[in-house]
Design a protein around this ligand. Structure first.
Ligand code: PDD
Length: 287
């Protein structure tokens, strides 16, 4: 159990950690977040997550509450105080606390910062990756700025719940053209019939996954042909392999889509290799 949270400059017992009822994150989802995978107590893919955090904040005109260096210190101290080696670090930054008004609060209102950490059972995660997981598809119904990592995740939460109810771990959003955009908390990939790795391009309305970006590079260096090109759910079903990426899942094979098998119905060699390569990369670059 994690026991300590960081809230606005203080480390507090998680059970007693509170935010103000007029926090704009609470009232308007006016907040951004980041999630780092933790490897041996270190933050995986640090630069990618900090770069995206700064971009999300800039897009919403929320000030970065402290430097990357200071934030790294606070994140790592939260991890240390919780004695967690393998897990996830969660950071949320809202526009701050102000009397409820849709328009921005007065200049100088400080952003509110919360950090929590949680443990991940890597053995259980590896055994899940060896079996593969099921996903469902669901119509895309999110706003037009999914590139900003905001806490406005109600469509994602509803779609994830729909997946859970049928024993799937993820739901893939499918847009009006029938193309898969991404999962509720992961990016979607296939290995097509020609052996090409394919994932949606970032001109589409998706989150620019940090795992996705690193894996594009890792896969190219390993000699794979990688294309940022959309696919339909039927193409995913007739693909050799499918998988998802994210800080929570790393690289996780998908063996069922809407109850129908992908490829052989077993996790394939490409996803297994990419999972190993990504974990190696994340451990090597963790801080
Ligand atoms: N989710 N797409 C969406 C909608 C996401 O929420 C996430 C991450 C990703 C993958 O991004 P990354 O590789 O940077 O983790 C894609 C996090 C893990 C979450 O919400 O918990």
């Amino acid at each position: 159990m994690s026991r300590v949270a960081y809230v606005n400059g203080r480390f507090v017992r998680k059970a007693e950690a509170v935010v103000h009822i007029e926090d704009r994150g609470y009232q308007f989802a006016d907040a951004v977040y980041e999630v780092w995978a933790l490897f041996d107590g270190k933050l995986g893919d640090p630069d990618g997550h900090f770069a995206r955090l700064e971009r999300s904040l800039a897009e919403l005109q929320i000030t970065m509450p402290m430097s990357r260096q200071a934030l790294t210190v606070v994140l790592k101290e939260t991890v240390r105080r919780n004695h967690i080696r393998e897990g996830l670090a969660y950071l949320q930054i809202s526009r701050g606390v102000a009397t409820r008004d849709h328009a921005f609060p007065p200049k100088g209102t400080p952003p509110a910062v919360v950090i929590t950490v949680s443990r991940v059972d890597r053995d259980a995660a590896e055994s899940r990756a060896r079996k593969g997981v099921a996903v469902i598809t669901t119509p895309e119904n999110r706003w037009g700025r999914c590139d900003i990592k905001t806490v406005g995740l109600l469509p994602n939460a509803l779609a994830k719940q729909k997946a859970r109810e049928v024993g799937a771990v993820e739901a893939w959003f499918v847009d009006d053209l029938g193309l898969v955009t991404e999962g509720t908390s992961s990016n979607a990939w296939i290995v097509d019939g020609d052996g090409n790795l394919r994932t949606r391009d970032t001109n589409a309305n998706i989150l620019r996954g940090v795992t996705r970006l690193s894996l594009l590079d890792v896969a190219r260096k390993a000699g794979f042909n990688v294309e940022e090109r959309p696919f339909t759910s039927d193409e995913a079903l007739s693909a050799r392999e499918a998988f998802i990426t994210g800080a929570g899942t790393l690289v996780l094979p998908v063996v069922l889509i809407d109850g129908k098998t992908v490829g052989s119905g077993q996790p394939g060699p490409v996803a297994a290799r990419l999972r190993a390569l990504y974990i190696e990369h994340a451990k090597a670059t963790a801080v």
